[in-house]
Design a protein around this ligand. Structure first.
Ligand SMILES: [Zn+2]
Length: 237
């Protein structure tokens, strides 16, 4: 499981209006916004100051932290980073659920599915190409997902080179959006096909607890969004 606290070195501080600041660290536990996953939030602090981190932004290969000063003045040097673990864990559970819903939708409809976008904060949804499925189909998708959560299954992270990725991931729901990187990070839920993804996930399906499909929203451009939520998890602390 990911750590919630980390010692880092603040390499650069750019103040904003005396109340906020941008910080660059030598390393970070803050996951930036990207691929439908919202940014981590939390604290960066030392004996002299504390910043409430609102956003971590990936820009030109660097993660920039932006937040509000709650004490003192930020400066370069050693600092403690703390992410809001309850929020991160919720996002991990939602993110893994989104991949599971991809799999279950493909299984229930017996066709290759294509994701268009997703957002894992509020509102929480995954977007798919095509017409909105009917309610009985959605209930089957939800039922299969919860059956798999109940049975449990490992969630593995692996890295493939671009050629391997292009060969192995052709049925992935986001294949059309495969990044042009030398190394592709994949997430594989046990008994499911690998999916290229750079986000954070739980390590076993049982951690999700339960997934509920709230509604399917037909979008104007021949696509639809599955809005979903995750229920209580026994290991959320
Ligand atoms: Zn993912």
């Amino acid at each position: 499981m990911n750590s919630r606290l980390e010692q880092s070195v603040v390499l650069k501080v750019v103040p904003e209006k005396r109340t906020h600041a941008y910080l660059i660290l030598d390393r970070t536990i803050f996951h930036p916004k990207g691929g439908g996953q919202p940014s981590d939030r939390g604290l960066i602090r030392s004996a002299e100051y504390e910043i409430v981190v609102k956003k971590a932004i990936y820009h030109n290969g660097i993660i920039i932290h932006w937040g509000k000063l709650s004490r003192g003045t930020p400066m370069e040097g050693e600092a403690t980073c703390e992410i809001d673990w309850a929020y991160r864990y919720l996002i991990m559970r939602r993110h893994t659920s989104a991949h599971l819903l991809d799999h279950c939708l493909a299984e229930v409809t017996s066709r290759r599915i294509q994701t268009t976008d997703s957002w894992l904060d509020e509102p929480c949804y995954v977007g798919y190409a095509g017409a909105r499925p009917d309610t009985p189909t959605l209930r089957k998708v939800e039922g299969l997902a919860n059956k798999m959560i109940g049975a449990g299954g490992q969630v593995k992270i692996e890295f493939l080179n671009l050629e391997e990725a292009k060969a192995l991931l052709q049925n992935a729901p986001n294949y059309e959006r495969l990044p042009d990187l030398p190394e592709i990070r994949t997430v594989t839920i046990e008994d499911c096909s690998p999916i290229p993804c750079g986000g954070t996930h739980v390590s076993d399906l049982t951690e999700i607890g339960k997934v509920s499909i709230e509604r399917a929203e037909q979008m104007p451009n021949e696509s639809f969004r599955l809005h979903f939520s995750v229920g209580a998890s026994a290991s959320s602390t």
